[in-house]
Design a protein around this ligand. Sequence first.
Ligand code: ADP
Length: 304
Amino acid sequence: MAGTMLSIGECMVELMQAEGGLLRKGYAGDTFNAAYYARLFLPSDWSVAYCSAVGTDTVSDEMLAFMAEKGIDTGPVRKIEGRTPGLYMIHLKDGERSFSYWRSASAARLLADDPDHLRRAVEGADLILFSGITLAILSRDAVETLLAELRRAKAAGKRVVFDPNIRPRLWDDAERMRRTLTEGARAASLLMPSFDDEVTHFGDSSITATIARYKALGVADVVVKDGEKGVTLAFEGSEESHVPATPVARVVDTTSAGDSFNGAFLSRLVTGGSPSEAAAFAARIAAGVIGHHGALVDKAKLVG
Ligand code: ADP
């Protein structure tokens, strides 16, 4: 059955150290990465669209061209005169990665400032993905606009997927962060949290506690990711079940493990796979992704 997936958030310009002091340019961001992986694995009768905002400068045009080249529909990306995309740099020192960010005035912060634009994008979608990073970069008013739209989509029976992707550095106040993430969860029908983040920021004592906390907010389905320990599924009407991670011979780069899991999982789930089939597939893809460098790994490297 054909459909449209809409992923909502920020894609940034990525500068990565290369040989000879050169920098290699790429594009990445949690919700964009997930859209990329969903596009790799969804059939061609599904479209995958990205909802964000960019500027009208050259780097914005290049980013849109990159997305289009990856098969992502950029129709729902707003273009805002005078703004530019956010940027981050990856530093590599003795095999350890660290990051510098220039994103505080990025165009993407305005992605939900035009309610009509947002409504059109959400109304055209069957499956919607957003994250805690999406919420962290928005003004309080824009968070409200976005969540109101997502609550409408959820009420209309659409699958609204939320990955809390907790990044305390993006929030000025821990209490507001928890409150806003909780409101985000309420607007969703499927939650895909990482257990270590939930322990650190919500004090959950077990995966079952994380599941119970989200179910109590009216979330039907929960997938708790727990790195190399695999995932726990709690889908409406089924018993809690565990799906192991796929062993990785050598962890090369864990960037985008969770994002690739999300994209691959959703691609199977919405095309008729059971939650456990979708999770087993996503575990294989995420294992492939962490066995290679970079956030966006070519399909040929992931499926033999
Ligand atoms: P996030 O990157 O969002 O924190 P996780 O670390 O839980 O998410 O990883 C997401 C998925 O990636 C896991 O469910 C698992 O399938 C896979 N994964 C992560 N780390 C490993 C690992 N060391 N070995 C095998 N699979 C892993």
